[in-house]
Design a protein around this ligand. Sequence first.
Ligand code: SF4
Length: 372
Amino acid sequence: MRYHLPTMLQDNLINWFQQHRVDLPWRAQRDPYHVWISEIMLQQTQVTTVIPYFERFIERFPTVVHLAAAPLDDVLKLWEGLGYYSRARNLHAAAQMIIDKFDGQFPNTVDDLRHLPGVGDYTAGAIANFAFGADAPLVDGNVIRVLTRLFDIDADVTRAAGKRAVWDLAAELVPTGRGPLWNEGLMELGRLVCTPRSPACEACPVQTHCQALARGTQEERPVKPKRKPTPHYDVTAAVITRDDGRILIAQRPTDKMLGGLWEFPGGKREPGESLRDCLVREIEEELSLVIDVGPQITTVKHAYSHFKITLYAFACEVRSGEATPLGVADFAWVTADQFDAYAFPVTDQKIIAALRSGGGQLGMDFNEGLSS
Ligand code: SF4
């Protein structure tokens, strides 16, 4: 599809962006390492959440050389709470690739950048734009929203044809020599003005070019299929305490969700299974231990991007067996004081908080029945 491309559109947007751009730590200097770290952190995460993580990350790993040389555990620990931990693992692997395969020189073309783990079309384009001044098209969620409204595109943007239409349009629109300003302006407009609900059209610098505004279809763009209900799972976690007071924690396999992070072991309840039976089964499968399940410590609810969980944590003791890493990457018996040395997901941090607040009594009464 071809679109009429008014030249004033780019001028209006770039002028507006230059007047309204917000100072952000990664905009201070367009160092490719800083741009890369910020773009990875900003995937699925709000700017205000990213800022303190970015500043701590750059302080701890000021260059790609520092990041490549760091143990993965240190990177995951710094990422703790930011979510989508594959991003941290990919950053670490990509830093090592830059040192080993690119002689420590940050790749500067979209094609080379695409070789880095965790770098897709968008991130490669962002680094090429913002660090190297390339006029490459750039399409993220904000840009999709703005362009589908400006040109009133009614294709489903979750399907290949719809995505292609937006990328093709984005490529046609990039003004020569001003690509970075245009792209960043589009994203800023989507973030601050052309918001998903109730866009501020009256304050929009490109309102005279907006076909959706003219037709009153802003709220219907972009077109996406209706969301299916989010699945929910019950999950159990065992806080297994030894006679000497040490507690068993396990490291998740690196190829699984939350890979490399530490947790109180357990797993998903199967249909018809009680929480107690689920926990006994999971610990035997993952660690070859037979446990006794005691009182419940806490319940944690958490929403991931595609499903929700309710996590039930129980105080447990070993009845028989020696811990063996069958379904986990590693395990450790640690004191409660040592928790801070390990990277835990948010859910397990809440279990730790419950333990520290005294909400969880580790002295077990095994006669106490469990409701489910
Ligand atoms: Fe978005 Fe409204 Fe501006 Fe159109 S006029 S681009 S819908 S904010």
